[in-house]
Design a protein around this ligand. Structure first.
Ligand code: 6MZ
Length: 346
């Protein structure tokens, strides 16, 4: 998929030998959302099939979302981002379409002569549709993952912040049962609209997940509107990793440093969603200064038009298009991503 935006600009400044270095360095992609990572050509194909199915009606929302995705990110703020998903979901709502999407996402990260990464933890929210229940959703994605990359990929089950007790119960029970069966479920995530839901609900569910041996990663403090109380509550659940963690206050930072929680950093995503105003002011710098673990990730390669190599190019490229880090520093960051996989056996 063609990339453009900050990551492409950084990549364009690198020499062939620097690109070769980035491609050869073992890296783990630990924060990639399945429905945000579908290559555009496949999504266009799924849309054409969807709209030409017998009885299908022209759907302006799908057309508008596809056009927005084709044109590339133009988000006024992070809340605009979530409006893209209903149209994508309409196109991945059958087991067959979902399996094709999963295959294409796996190939985007792990396929080709020069794969983007050595290891992928792909995350997705189990969704019930008229054509499949949540168990069938997870079975479809897991089968694709186990078929495509038996030794290089694990699945993270995402809990959406909007989920109530019933949906949380179902997702957690499925994740734990699949883990007990030896399937490649490695962890649980919390994601979705950063202002939705009641985070007090989550505690007992995450405790069960942890008791089952699964890792926990939580999207946290993604916007200025997330309160310090909510952030502390999420940290009290003992996640090993945190998504974004953009607006942590001093108390939260102290806890994160003490517990050595790995921060999943998504540079292009943060810049394009305008939660961070520039690369130079990105919170990654404060963690690099104290050698705190971070993992460079893509978040959603479809709307953000990036790639994992592109995100690493943002580290290596000279300022102002990149952070101007040395190859030794970049190699150290890549090694951190490998050592913060939820499953080291894979
Ligand atoms: C929070 C995000 C996200 O799960 O259907 N998602 N949640 N912050 C983000 N960064 C800006 N990017 C994606 O993938 C799509 C879902 O992932 C979550 C949203 O809930 C979105 O609906 P799956 O495969």
């Amino acid at each position: 998929m063609q990339i453009f935006g900050p990551a492409a600009d950084a990549l364009n400044t690198l020499t062939p030998s620097q690109i070769d270095f980035l491609e050869r360095t073992p890296k783990a992609e630990l924060h990639a959302h399945l429905n945000g990572s579908i290559p555009l050509p496949l999504l266009q194909e799924l849309a054409a099939e969807h709209l030409s199915a017998p009885g299908a009606q022209e759907d302006p929302a799908i057309r508008a979302a596809l056009e927005a995705l084709r044109a590339g990110p133009a988000l006024a703020e992070i809340h605009d981002f979530f409006h893209l998903f209903p149209a994508i979901y309409a196109l991945t709502s059958t087991p067959r379409a979902l399996a094709r999407a999963a295959d294409a996402v796996l190939a985007a990260f792990l396929g080709g002569a020069r794969p983007q990464c050595a290891y992928l933890e792909l995350r997705t929210t189990p969704r019930a549709t008229p054509a499949m229940d949540r168990a069938a959703y997870l079975a479809t994605v897991l089968s694709a993952l186990e078929r495509y990359a038996p030794a290089q990929a694990g699945l993270i089950v995402s809990l959406d912040r909007r989920m109530g007790a019933e949906a949380l119960e179902e997702c957690v029970a499925l994740a734990c049962a699949l883990r007990a069966q030896g399937r490649r479920v490695v962890g649980v995530d919390l994601c979705g609209d950063p202002l939705a839901g009641d985070m007090a609900l989550l505690g007992p569910y995450l405790a069960r997940v942890q008791a089952a041996g699964l890792g926990v990663t939580l999207h946290i403090a993604e916007t200025t509107e997330n309160t310090p109380e909510e952030t502390l509550q999420l940290l009290s659940y003992g996640p090993q990793r945190l998504g974004h963690a953009t607006f942590l206050d001093a108390e939260a930072i102290a806890l994160v440093l003490e517990k050595k929680m790995c921060i999943e950093i998504c540079l292009s995503s943060n810049i394009l969603c305008k939660t961070v105003s520039s690369l130079e002011s990105h919170h990654i710098s404060q963690y690099l200064t104290c050698d705190h673990p971070v993992s460079i990730c893509t978040d959603d390669i479809l709307p953000f038009r990036t790639s994992l190599i592109g995100e690493y190019a943002l580290l290596l490229a000279a300022k102002p298009l990149g952070l101007g880090l040395s190859e030794a520093q970049v190699a150290r960051i890549a090694a951190m991503s490998m050592s913060h996989r939820f499953s080291q056996e894979l």
